[in-house]
Design a binder for this molecule. Structure first.
Ligand code: HH2
Length: 377
């Protein structure tokens, strides 16, 4: 992380429902310079603040808070605080921007969009081996992708390396062999395709073959060239939180405040991406359900998903068929977790998710239409 990102204050909105009526918001502020002056400003704005796990949690009317920061610490403090609090509150309250891709616009300002999962692997946790066939590659995978589009997917996420807990890495050659021909054919059919990869070389060949987005579970940590490559390619980028690597991530993950830590990580990384030349308007954020999290962590992230909307970027959730759902419901077979997955998708939409990464596309489209109708009205 560069120094600019490290010193930049971060605002997370826990609740801003009363703000349009002139009421207070509850905000969690971290990375704060001049924290004691900000605490004084909160008091001067007739708000309350308390330190929780290294974050200043504030309940105050945002406009009054910024005015009070000006009285306590001058224009510079007002600008510093206003510069993070106001956009966060606006984002929490307002519409998500659309996502422009080279293959078309994803209407994330209007509704949640559905990303169909196409794993071209022998070992993915729920569909491994289904779409990577020895003698009919890439035909079987292409047919599966077209079926996902027919079922209503807005885009297809093509992956050639499983990220299930404990999975072994795949080399560039093999990953490229799995995904590039599939992407080429689906893109030629007019599909918006994303490539699910952590490798710069696979990302750039996939984009050359027609992929319009890079979905990276590692936030650039597994290949030092990935972020620069994405900046150069100019395509949208899914920034996901993961603790460790797929091989190690489920070894006793711990957080003192999972939402706060994942949020601050994503906020820092958005700045780091921007510093590396990635347009923030092209970034989708993802809390990384199942990636270095216990069942409780996953449930907490879903329960408080709306807080992630204060980053001002479309929020992606990938809960489909994951093991925490089976732990809760008792269904051990991933492919049988349709009902659980639909329930999680509907709750994610209610929490502000604008992209759902799912295996069961037709059913999810129906379920989230209802969830969106309820929550958008
Ligand atoms: N989950 C998986 C893979 N890629 N990408 C994002 N952005 N978010 C996710 O939650 C996510 C993801 C894991 O699911 P799957 O692809 O079905 O399994 P496997 O990794 O075993 O191929």
């Amino acid at each position: 992380m560069d120094d600019d990102a490290a010193s930049h204050p971060i605002a997370r909105v826990e609740d801003a429902g009363l703000v349009p009526a002139g009421g207070p918001a509850r905000l969690a502020l971290s990375n704060l310079p001049r924290a004691s002056e900000i605490a004084d400003a909160v008091a001067s704005a007739r708000g309350v603040s308390t330190w929780i796990e290294g974050r200043l949690v504030v309940t105050a009317v945002p406009s009054r808070l910024v005015d009070a920061a000006g009285r306590v610490g001058g224009r510079e403090l007002a600008d510093l605080l206003g510069g993070v609090v106001e956009p966060a509150v606006e984002a929490w309250l307002g519409a998500t921007p659309d996502l422009q891709t080279p293959a078309g616009t994803l209407p994330t300002s209007q509704r949640p969009v559905v990303m169909g999962v196409l794993n071209v692997t022998p070992d993915s946790f729920s569909d491994g081996g289904e779409h990577l066939t020895a003698d009919r590659h890439p035909d079987d995978a292409v047919a599966a992708g077209l079926a996902l589009l027919e079922a209503g997917a807005d885009l297809i996420d093509v992956g050639g390396e499983s990220s299930r807990p404990g999975a072994d890495p795949v080399d560039v050659e093999e990953e490229r062999r799995r995904v590039v021909p599939v992407i080429e054919r689906l893109a030629a059919e007019g599909a918006i395709v994303s490539v699910d990869t952590t490798k710069a070389q696979v990302a750039s060949e996939a984009v050359r073959a027609g992929a319009a987005m890079v979905n990276d579970i590692s936030a650039g940590a597994l290949d030092g060239l990935l972020v620069a490559t994405v900046a150069e390619l100019g395509v949208p980028y899914v920034l996901m939180h993961m603790r460790g690597t797929p091989r190690t991530m489920q070894r006793d993950p711990r957080y003192t405040d999972v939402v706060g830590e994942v949020y601050d990580f994503l906020a820092d990384q958005v700045l780091r991406l921007e510093a590396a030349g990635v347009d923030p308007a092209k970034v989708v954020i993802d809390p990384g359900i199942g990636f270095g999290k216990t069942v409780e962590h996953n449930l907490e992230l879903l329960r408080r998903l709306r807080e992630f909307t204060s980053l001002g970027r479309p929020v992606l959730v990938g809960a489909s068929r994951k093991s925490f759902l089976g732990t809760v419901s008792g269904e051990e077979e991933p492919a049988e977790r349709l009902v659980e997955s639909l329930s999680a998708a509907a709750l994610a939409v209610a929490g502000g998710a604008r992209m759902l990464r799912v295996h069961d596309v037709a059913e999810t489209c129906r379920a989230i239409r209802v969830a969106h109708a309820v929550t958008a009205s």
